[in-house]
Design a protein. Structure first.
Length: 105
C-alpha cells in the first residue's frame, strides 16, 4: 500500500494544478493534500474496523490473523476499484500547439 501511495502522490501533485490559472495553484495544492490526509484517515479507520470486526477484538496475535487477512482483502478490493475507475474514466485530450504549416495563411 505504501508503494502505491508513494507512486500516486507525485503524479497527483503534478496533475492537480493542470488547467487552472496560476493564481489558483496554491488552493489546488491545498485541496489535494487535504484530500490525501482525509482519505488516509478514513481508509485506516475502515481497515481497523474490518480487522477488529472479523477477529472479534481478540488480543492474541494468532487470533488477530483472520482480521488482518480480511482487512488486506478489503484494501486490495478498494485498490482494484480505484484502478478500474481510473482506467474507465474518459479524460479530455490536451490541447496541442499548432504546427508550423497550420500557422501560415
Amino acid at each position: 500500500m505504501s508503494t502505491g501511495q508513494g507512486l500516486g502522490f507525485g503524479a497527483m501533485t503534478a496533475a492537480t494544478p493542470e488547467g487552472l490559472p496560476l493564481h489558483q495553484h496554491g488552493v489546488a495544492g491545498a485541496v489535494n493534500v487535504t484530500a490525501q490526509q482525509i482519505g488516509n484517515s478514513v481508509g485506516l479507520a475502515i481497515l481497523v474496523a474490518v480487522s477488529t470486526g472479523v477477529s472479534g477484538g481478540a488480543t492474541n496475535p494468532a487470533d488477530q490473523l483472520s482480521g488482518f487477512h480480511a482487512a488486506y482483502w478489503v484494501a486490495g478490493a478498494i485498490g482494484l476499484l480505484g484502478g478500474l475507475t481510473v482506467l474507465l474514466t474518459k479524460f479530455p485530450k490536451a490541447a496541442t500547439a499548432p504546427s508550423a504549416s497550420e500557422e501560415r495563411p
